[in-house]
Design a protein around this ligand. Sequence first.
Ligand SMILES: [Mg+2]
Length: 225
Amino acid sequence: MRKALLFSIEGKRSMSKRLAFVYLLLSVLFFCCSTGQEKPEIRWVTMEDIVSSLENQQPMRVGFDVDDTTLFSSPGYYYGQQKYSPGSNNYLEMEEFWNEMNNGLDEFSLPKECARRLIEFHKNRGDAIYFITARWKTETETVTELLAKIFNLDDINDVIFTNLKSKAILANNIQIFYGDSDGDIRAAIEAGIRGVRIMRAGNSTHRPYPEYGSLGEEVLVGSGF
Ligand SMILES: [Mg+2]
């Protein structure tokens, strides 16, 4: 009798363990499925999509961020970090670094192919091109000259150095802004214009990587290089 009672208690215990396990499994499955559904789908666009979206549209003003959008400039940043603050990002707060970066280190920056294609397309459309960067403003800079040379831009507008990109977008009546950072896309949203995300190269020193498409923006396919 006592044995039977013990067996029945054991049975109930193992049954509750099994139920608890099934419950846990179902919760995990539910969590995975529901978070999967909540993630918005990325709005991928190709170069062709951008071209056809602007068909029959009047020439306009378009803007580009510089680092990781127009130029793969990680070599200059890597050099600056080694020289001024190995292992930390303190170099980004040093005027000496920005003086070097804005006055020659872009000789080691590689133009991004996606930027080359986009700039060529906008140039042929007769659009005015602006470059807006959050780099520190320095007394002198050679970035404008370098961009003009790399992308064959005669009459280039001086690169705009500012932390307030949305203001610069509005002040210059820019209608499309291309950028890699959340800050770029937010600036476009704030200014009420079209923001297109450019992806960072896989070996960019700018980490962490943003979550492409997380702000509901268009993301250019293949823009990692
Ligand atoms: Mg950038």
